[in-house]
Design a protein around this ligand. Structure first.
Ligand SMILES: [Zn+2]
Length: 69
């Protein structure tokens, strides 16, 4: 599965604030995820991020460069 900036994703573990939903703010060697519950931003290595993410809740369809799954 490919991800792009702006996607809303769900993770296995919930953030201490109680939210499991995150917005991707950077996708590359590292992923940056912004917690939708509290706005906290975490940076994860790509491999860790791919393991942590269980599902894309909402794809960012406004991006013309969207990569097809
Ligand atoms: Zn949070």
């Amino acid at each position: 599965m490919e991800y792009q900036v702006g996607d809303i994703v769900r993770t296995k573990k919930q953030h201490p604030c109680g939210s499991k939903l995150w917005e991707l703010t950077r996708v590359g060697v590292d992923f940056k995820l912004k917690c939708l519950g509290c706005g906290h931003i975490v940076t994860l290595e790509r491999q860790k991020a791919l393991k942590a993410i269980t599902k894309v809740e909402k794809e960012n369809n406004n991006n013309d460069k969207a990569i097809k799954k």
